[in-house]
Design a protein around this ligand. Structure first.
Ligand SMILES: [Ca+2]
Ligand SMILES: [Ca+2]
Ligand SMILES: [Ca+2]
Ligand SMILES: [Ca+2]
Length: 174
C-alpha cells in the first residue's frame, strides 16, 4: 500500500521539476515571440496610439486585415493589444481542438474497421493480426474479461497508456 504512494509522490515531485524546466523554456520562447509581435505592432501603429486601425492593420499583414471585424471585439474600428491577444488565444485553442477531433475520428475509424460484425466491440478473432500491440494486451484491455474490447475499454486503456508514458518521460527527464 505504501510503495505506490511513494512512487506517486516521486512522480509528482519530478513532474513538478520537469514542468518548471519545460515551463522556463516555453516562457523564453513565448517572450521572444511576443517581443517580435510587439515590434511588428509598434511598426504598424503609425500614429502611435497603441491601436491599429484598418489601414494600419493592412500594414501588419493580410491575415489581420481579413479578420479585422472578428478580432475587433468591441467594434470600435481599432485593434487593441488585448483584442489581438484574445484572437491569438482562440486560434491556438481552435487548432488544438481540431487536432483532437481529427485524432478521435481516426481512432473511431480504426475501431469500426476492426469491428467486422458491427456489434461495437472487438473480439480476438476480429482483431486477428490487425493490431499486434492490441492483441498482445488483449487481456489487460478487456477489463470486464468478456472476451471483447469495447470502445470504452479501449479508451480507458489509451488514457492509462498516455498517463504512464507521461510519467515515464517525466522520470527520464526529471
Ligand atoms: Ca494606430
Ligand atoms: Ca477594438
Ligand atoms: Ca465485433
Ligand atoms: Ca470487454
Amino acid at each position: 500500500m505504501f510503495k505506490p504512494l511513494i512512487c506517486t509522490a516521486l512522480v509528482l515531485a519530478s513532474g513538478l521539476a520537469f514542468a518548471q524546466d519545460g515551463g522556463a523554456d516555453r516562457e523564453a520562447r513565448r517572450a521572444e515571440w511576443q517581443a517580435k509581435a510587439e515590434a511588428r505592432f509598434a511598426e504598424a501603429d503609425k500614429d502611435r496610439d497603441g491601436r491599429l486601425d484598418r489601414i494600419e492593420a493592412q500594414a501588419f499583414g493580410d491575415r489581420l486585415a481579413r479578420n479585422f471585424d472578428r478580432i475587433d471585439a468591441n467594434r470600435d474600428g481599432e485593434l487593441e493589444r488585448s483584442e489581438l491577444a484574445d484572437a491569438r488565444r482562440h486560434a491556438a485553442q481552435g487548432k488544438r481542438h481540431q487536432r483532437m477531433r481529427a485524432m478521435h475520428a481516426y481512432q473511431r475509424g480504426l475501431f469500426k474497421g476492426m469491428d467486422d460484425d458491427g456489434n461495437g466491440a472487438i473480439s480476438r478473432a476480429e482483431l486477428g493480426d490487425k493490431a499486434p500491440r492490441l492483441a498482445e494486451n488483449f487481456a489487460v484491455i478487456d477489463a470486464n474479461a468478456n472476451g471483447e474490447i469495447s470502445a470504452d475499454e479501449l479508451k480507458a486503456h489509451r488514457q492509462k497508456m498516455r498517463a504512464e508514458h507521461r510519467a515515464q518521460r517525466t522520470q527520464r527527464e526529471g
